[in-house]
Design a protein around this ligand. Structure first.
Ligand code: DGJ
Length: 732
């Protein structure tokens, strides 16, 4: 029977369920939000309150969800709404609310009761459930949306808030989602960071009270903390075992997630835009739509959860997630601001020499009155600098094209140096307090994207570049400053600034994508200061960190890979770190490969290695980008880190292995068990991407069954002298 019809019957069945089956309680209505393996089960009780009665692995028999609550003998619930699917403030609630308001008449109370439920299929295997809740006293309602991606086991949840009162209603808190989980204990894996130290994990058992993950930075919002996190149930999940929830907020500005272990020992998760300094004035008739909060539950450990999320991202979220990407040579680390047309022409030759697809011109190519020769001046003035580029970008784009390589360019269009013509002309376009001293982050300030004139200007920067240079093939979009002194000369209500900024940014990106749907764009923010699925629908890739020391990158990329697919991870070979060119290149190959080195400085053998590595990568990249990723051996726990990418048809796989502990005699003492292969097929293992003249210690003529490789494993022979080893595992 068709899944949708089956579901209709099951919902009806639950409505009619006799009380002996429901454990004696009078059951009103059950609304299961289900994917292939996960279920969030909502219940409308007889008081019309919408609560969550189950969250976890999907059950075979939906009728049994109604019995779940009968098995818990926890402390009492004074309010009856600890498990609310969207907790209102100011009436009988005693816990952290999802929503709190001041009505038009000044009253602070809110109650929300169930009105109706709708469901529609929005794409093959994607269903949208909507549930309307209303305040019985005020003309105020909230619609909860649940978009479920059946095959990927991901749900996106958001809410739409509206009112028809006699004047504006103040929204003090307005979460996207409110989840409720039951388990013996909860283990939070969260991330913190700073420049060059992105995605540092911390894992701890959640204790009673509220743990808040948030940011108030406005633009480079993830500098100290990204919104992604994991919660394991009962014990910390491993790669292949344990129940775990992965989640994140699709919002490129201030977010806030509260994890509250409630008086009954259940976990309430409330996530959305950060309400810090952002009370929203909602006009009668206006609909405030929150960004989505995405989540994926796995009963089979973190590895499965990450593959769910990566598949979802490639299939639905990341721009061109199923397409190709360009390898490149970037000039940031090799020249910084110090270049001219001649130098760049040489770099175009180097691009060709390396064999990569594109040359990416970084910061420093623009501004004349205040030339961009360092990071103190010029930002905002997007005309080519005449001293460096007397013939403009066009000449370079042409030269690149004539040489058979593509040309890309860096911009940072949301920002301005006070030392710029833009600042002189439009001081009112800049976010700053009128009566206070300016305070800078990297000598710059943020433009006020809540202002439509500024939006036009920012859109125009990109549009003019393409109009003048139709063959431009790539944009690196940077964002280096946070918002200090939040104040908009454009807005009457300053509380709208943080939200309207992000809305303005998305408006610009939407316009760019409407006109230039396909051009690849890298989402960069002084490293990984802005990586989220709100932004990634407009970008093809992101820059994880300015820290390209390959040892650091093994850890940073490892953690990002839980939440983002390898195809989106821009990894560049640079001169950071003391490792060999092979080690550095191998690490960069675990995503979207690029170089940012002085090609001229490479010795003959290093150059030959890089050239053959690019060719090698071209043969591997489809598996890395579109295959299934398995973390085999963690750099946090073992001396050898190992990551595997398996092609969808299990015909080929690539295993990347690194020595991450330089103590005496460390290495791969034990075989490393592979995953995701076909146990009944035979595979040949060989080492690839060898440095010129190096013989592999891995005999390439042996055949092993998938069964052997996944149960006994294979030893990549990683040790001093063989610190980086890539294996090709090929079905025979
Ligand atoms: C920060 C970026 O992360 C770098 O890659 C580089 O583009 C600089 N900005 C340029 O100013």
């Amino acid at each position: 029977m068709n899944r949708y019809i089956l579901r209709f019957f099951q919902i009806s069945f639950v409505w009619l369920m006799p009380s002996f089956l429901s454990g004696g309680a009078l059951v009103a209505q059950i609304i299961p939000i289900q994917t292939a393996k996960q279920a969030l089960v909502l219940q409308v009780n007889t008081n019309k309150n919408l609560g969550i009665i189950y969250f976890g692995k999907r059950l075979g028999n939906e009728a049994e969800y109604a019995l779940a609550s009968t098995q818990y003998k926890q402390a009492g619930d004074y309010t009856g709404i600890y498990n609310s699917a969207y907790t209102p403030a100011g009436s009988r609630n005693l816990l952290e609310p999802a929503i709190s308001v001041t009505h038009a008449d000044g009253n602070n109370s809110l109650d929300l009761v169930y009105v109706s439920h709708g469901q529609k299929k929005v794409a093959e295997e994607v269903t949208l459930d909507s549930i309307l809740l209303k305040d019985p006293v005020y003309q105020f309602d909230v619609t909860l949306y649940y978009k479920s991606y059946y095959n990927e086991d991901v749900v996106e949840q958001w809410s739409a808030i509206s009112q028809h009162e006699k004047g504006p209603v103040q929204l003090h808190k307005f979460a996207s989602a409110n989840l409720y989980l039951k388990a013996g204990s909860f283990w939070l894996r969260q991330y913190h960071g700073d420049w060059a130290r992105e995605m540092q994990p911390e894992e701890a058992k959640l204790t009673h009270g509220i743990k808040t993950l948030d940011t108030k930075l406005g633009t480079r919002a993830n500098l100290f903390q990204p919104s992604v996190f994991m919660v394991s149930l009962d014990k910390p999940a491993t790669e292949d075992e344990g129940q775990v929830l992965f989640a994140g907020t699709e919002w490129s500005g201030n977010f806030r997630t509260d994890l509250e272990l409630d008086p009954q020992n259940n976990l309430r998760i409330l996530s959305g835009i950060n309400n810090y300094a952002s009370t929203y004035s909602l006009k009668p008739g206006e609909i405030f739509v929150t960004p989505a909060f995405w989540y994926s539950f796995s009963a089979d450990g973190k590895g499965q959860a990450s593959r769910n999320v990566q598949n979802w991202a490639r299939n639905y979220k990341l721009l061109d997630g199923k397409g190709d990407r360009l390898t490149l040579l970037n000039n940031w680390e090799s020249t910084f601001f110090d270049f001219n047309e001649q130098k760049l022409k040489e770099l175009l030759q180097d691009t060709k020499k390396l064999g990569v697809d594109l040359f990416l011109l970084d910061d420093g190519w623009f501004a004349n009155k205040y030339p961009r020769n360092d990071d103190h001046a010029g930002l905002g003035d997007w005309d080519e600098n005449k001293a460096k580029l007397p013939n403009g970008i066009g000449t370079l784009v042409k030269e690149a094209t004539d040489n058979g390589v593509k040309f890309g360019i860096w911009i940072e269009p949301e920002m301005v140096n006070p030392k710029s013509e833009l600042y002189e002309k439009h001081p009112d376009w800049v976010i700053k307090q009128p009566k206070r001293d300016e305070y800078y982050f990297r000598n710059q300030l943020v433009l006020d994207l809540s202002n439509p004139d500024v939006q036009n200007y920012v859109y125009g920067i990109v549009d003019h570049l393409f109009i003048k240079n139709p063959q431009l093939a790539y944009i690196k979009w940077d964002c280096n400053a946070v918002i200090y002194n939040a104040y908009s000369a454009h807005l009457k209500n300053q509380s709208a600034l943080y939200i309207d900024y992000v809305r303005g940014l998305y408006e610009v990106l939407k316009r760019i994508r409407a006109k230039y749907p396909a051009v690849p764009m890298m989402l960069c923010s002084g490293g990984g200061g802005r990586v989220d699925y709100g932004a990634l629908q407009y970008f093809t890739e992101y820059w994880p960190s300015d820290n390209t020391d390959p040892m650091e990158r093994i850890f940073i990329q490892w953690e990002y890979s839980y939440f983002y697919p390898a195809i989106a991870s821009s990894n560049h070979v640079t001169d950071w770190g003391k490792q060999s060119i092979k080690f550095r290149t191998d690490v960069a190959m675990m995503g979207k490969l690029g170089f940012d080195i002085v090609v001229d400085h490479l010795g003959e053998k290093d150059l030959a290695f890089c050239q053959q590595a690019v060719k090698q990568y071209n043969g591997m990249k489809q598996t890395i980008w579109h295959g299934d990723q398995y973390r085999l051996s963690s750099p946090w726990e073992a001396s050898v880190a190992s990551m595997l990418y398996v092609a969808a048809n299990k015909g080929v796989a690539y295993q990347f292995n690194y020595l991450v502990n330089n103590r005496y005699d460390e290495g791969s003492k034990l075989p490393i068990r592979l995953k995701g292969l076909d146990s009944s097929r035979n595979y040949r293992i060989s080492e690839v991407n060898l440095y010129p003249g190096v013989q592999s210690s891995v005999a390439g003529d042996k055949i092993y069954s998938g069964d052997f490789l996944m149960n006994i494993g294979f030893n990549p022979d990683v040790r001093k002298g063989r610190e980086s080893v890539i294996l090709k595992i090929e079905a025979q």
